[in-house]
Design a protein around this ligand. Structure first.
Ligand code: HGY
Ligand code: MN
Ligand code: MN
Length: 408
């Protein structure tokens, strides 16, 4: 059975800047992203909702409640993707929310509180840091950040905003008043294999792990690969290799047992086969829902990097990228999700989100909750990302039931 949600997910997947790779690339503030967002706005308007774009391109659609002045229930996710990604990450939370509201309307549910759908801009880290749209909404982005945040080509977020028809100087207009939000709810694919391996069907998220990311800059000597004897080298890449392995070792040994550490980006210059690498940059991503454990792991990684570079006669620099705070989900929202899951007859389990989400950013200021549906094989951020139709259907049903409770 192919549901309407399957169809809209498939239609949105056509807005892709890298179709030949077999994966999805749809980065925020690109023309392809703008066209996809416009298609999403069309689906929202079909529900009779008032649609608006804020100053940084967050898309909102409001379903008025019986009490328009009451604090709203926000629900949504993102439709931008990382590189060579899948078609479900974020998209399920935006298109699934549209389906949930459609269902509630068809069932004649009249919410007391306004229910507002949202597609956050830039959840994926095109500019090095993720969740730029929800950070703006949380008042956690300064105007200077828009010039400092840059993508792989060195394009600033401010320039990308202008290119997309937005005005970076109107950033502050995007900030939401926390008092105007009763709760924020995000339906999302799990992106791991906990649900699939346990046979559970719905994840009731209790906390969201947060990233502490930074770039390690190693300076050595770019010399002739043939004429430089091994004992006279200051090879920045061999030093970096020791550190990459240390990130893995230290994260594995973390006291919490839930810390993860990744070096996903290595930039080695000059990048010629016959030159000893003189400059290397490592982008390091360390995450945990336990802030103290994450702190201990980062401190040990930095101490190890200092040892390795001192021993090898290399210079070391550390450039901060982001240090977000892990957040807990609201007990009220967790209870509403569990009640909706029970009503839907779904096997639900409480769990932590290893991935970060826009809900993590807003969670510092408003009550949040998340509903997870299984990812086949635990695969995500990959062309093979997949969630079965019946799992999507169950997620929409639980989301609708949770919205009905929170908006009552
Ligand atoms: O990296 C993350 O956790 C998110 O999927 N962008
Ligand atoms: Mn993602
Ligand atoms: Mn996501």
């Amino acid at each position: 059975m192919v549901s309407r949600l399957d169809e809209t997910i498939a239609e949105l997947a056509a807005y892709n800047d890298d179709p030949d790779s077999g994966g999805m690339t749809r980065e925020v503030y690109t023309p392809t992203y703008a066209a996809a967002l416009d298609r999403v706005a069309g689906w929202m308007e079909e529900l009779g909702l008032a649609v608006r774009l804020d100053a940084v391109g967050n898309l909102f659609a409001r379903w008025e409640g019986a009490e328009p002045g009451a604090a709203r229930v926000l629900t949504g996710s993102h439709v931008d993707t990382t590189l060579n990604a899948g078609r479900y990450d974020g998209v399920v939370g935006v298109l699934g929310a549209i389906e949930a509201v459609r269902r509630l309307q068809v069932d004649g549910v009249a919410p007391r509180r306004p229910v507002e759908l949202v597609a956050w801009a830039g959840e994926e880290p095109r500019f090095g840091t993720g969740c730029v749209g929800s950070r703006a909404a949380a008042g956690a982005l300064a105007r200077a950040d828009l010039d400092a945040l840059r993508d792989r080509e060195g394009i600033s977020m401010a320039a990308a905003l202008r290119e997309g028809g937005f005005d970076p100087d109107r950033l502050e207009e995007a900030e939401l008043d926390p008092a105007s939000v009763h709760a924020l709810l995000e339906l999302h694919i799990e992106q791991g294999a906990v649900l699939e391996s346990s046979g559970d069907e719905i994840g009731v998220v209790t906390a969201i792990a947060a990233p502490h990311d930074f770039t390690l800059v190693l300076g050595g000597a770019a010399t002739h690969a043939g004429a430089t004897p091994m004992r006279l080298r200051r090879d920045a890449l061999t030093g970096a290799a020791e550190i990459v392995l240390a990130v893995e070792r230290i994260a594995r040994a973390s006291a919490s047992g839930t810390t993860v550490g990744t070096v996903g980006v290595v930039r080695a210059r000059p990048g010629a086969i016959n030159v000893v690498p003189g400059d290397v940059q490592l982008d390091v991503d360390v995450r945990d829902s336990d802030a103290a454990a994450r702190r201990a792991v980062v401190d040990e990684i930095l101490a190890c990097a200092a040892d390795v570079t001192a021993r090898r006669g290399l210079e070391l620099g550390v450039v901060p990228i982001v240090e977000d705070v892990p957040v807990g989900c609201s007990p009220e929202v967790i209870a509403a999700v569990e009640a909706a899951a029970a009503e839907a007859g779904a096997r639900a389990r409480r769990m932590i989100s290893g991935a970060y989400h826009d809900a993590m950013i807003l969670g510092a200021r408003v009550p949040i909750g998340m509903v997870f549906v299984p990812s086949a094989g635990g695969i995500s951020h990959h062309p093979d990302e997949f969630t079965a139709s019946e799992d999507l259907e169950r997620g929409v049903r639980v989301l609708a039931g949770t919205l009905a409770r929170l908006a009552a």
